[in-house]
Write a protein that binds this ligand. Structure first.
Ligand code: ZN
Ligand code: ZN
Length: 363
């Protein structure tokens, strides 16, 4: 029912945008519409979803046992090892399709071969017809995002009483990964641990060389996938009391994050959420040290539409889920970020994370 309703909505958007067929391979759109996730193989798996008529799932014979049959949604079309799956797909779209949307994560190789096989087709991005629908999370999806958020909240809380000094960034990284898996995530997607000056690099790769010491600020940004939906949280830790400077900059950051969350009401352009946080940071004189957009959508992917960034004037809708994560980074000195996942609801912005937002003083 749920999948069929999604397919109906995608087809309505295809009609609106003049897209004749949608081709989905690896990536999150295929499971969103069919319940089946393609393995990232060199062998082609591809759903061919025409605007009208039956959908077909072209799939290597050996992958067929992994497909839960849903004849009401799609026909399974296996191909043998010596078949040409591109010719198979080309044959399905050659006569009926001019404008074809193809999943953004499809290997370039397959797109190039399809362009060659059906030169009459114009290819556009699959996200054009799927993202606007996938962005709006239903109650079950928000419940899954909330469970994932609460799992990492509990970890962020527990880490406040864990000693940091004398350990390497990599060691703390491993602890975060282990804790995410123990807390029910099927996958840890990332766990940034950045100490001192390393925290000025927003996506710092934790190393075994950097030993955390007294007086270090430590940025921890971690998330994974739980029941198919992602978590993502950033909290700051400090070994011993932070300096007045660190405390003052953090106050600006926390205020900026609060302003971004409060701005995230239904109907507000995404770029205004970014502007709300940026305004606070720029007002304190740190504008040049906030070097990234304020947030990204989150769902089956850790980063997906909608993006909270200057230039994205699309209004927030009920059910949009996204991060609000301003940062302030002083190269060579220290950096900080504060991140929560927020859902736009009819009653206003709802933070899914509830772990304490102050700097945790650790040993
Ligand atoms: Zn994050
Ligand atoms: Zn994030």
């Amino acid at each position: 029912m749920r999948l069929a309703a999604r397919i109906t909505r995608v087809r309505a958007l295809m009609a609106e945008l003049g897209v004749d067929a949608l081709l989905l391979s690896v990536g999150p759109e295929l499971p969103y519409l069919t319940g089946y996730e393609a393995m990232p193989l060199e062998r082609l798996t591809m759903l061919v979803l025409p605007r009208t008529g039956d959908a077909q799932l072209v799939i290597p014979r050996l992958e067929v046992p992994r497909v839960a049959p849903r004849p009401e949604l799609f026909e399974v079309v296996p191909w043998e090892e010596t078949d040409d799956p591109i010719a198979l797909v080309a044959g399905m779209i050659r006569r009926s399709a001019r404008r074809v949307a193809i999943g953004d994560h499809t290997w370039a190789r397959f797109l190039l071969e399809l362009q060659h096989a059906v030169p009459s087709c114009t290819f556009v991005r699959g996200s054009d017809v799927v993202a606007p629908i996938r962005m709006v999370k239903d109650a079950d999806e928000i419940a899954a995002l909330t469970r994932a958020a609460h799992a990492v909240d509990a970890i962020a809380r527990e880490m406040r009483s864990v000693p940091f000094a004398g350990r390497t960034e990599l060691d703390v990284h491993r602890e975060l990964v282990d804790r995410m898996l123990e807390a029910g995530h099927e996958r840890a997607n990332f766990a940034i641990v950045a100490a001192g000056a390393n925290a000025a690099s927003p996506h710092h790769e934790p190393t075994a060389a950097r030993v955390i010491g007294n007086g270090d600020i430590v940025l921890c940004d971690f998330g994974g996938t739980m029941d198919g939906y992602c978590s993502d949280i950033t909290r700051m830790f400090h070994v011993g009391e932070p300096s007045t400077e660190v405390g003052d900059v953090y106050s600006v950051l926390a205020e900026a994050q609060e302003a971004g969350v409060r701005a995230a009401t239904v109907g507000t352009p995404c770029e205004d959420v970014d502007a709300a946080s940026r305004h606070v940071i720029a007002g304190a004189g740190f504008g040049e040290y906030f070097v990234h957009r304020v947030g990204h959508g989150i769902g089956a992917e850790a980063h997906e539409d909608p993006y909270m960034v200057a230039g994205n004037s699309s209004p927030l809708e009920v059910g949009h889920a996204f991060s609000v994560e301003p940062g302030i980074y002083f190269p060579g000195r220290f950096g900080m970020r504060l991140e929560d996942i927020v859902v736009a609801t009819a009653d206003g912005p709802l933070r899914l994370n509830d772990a304490p937002r102050d700097i945790a003083i650790v040993a």
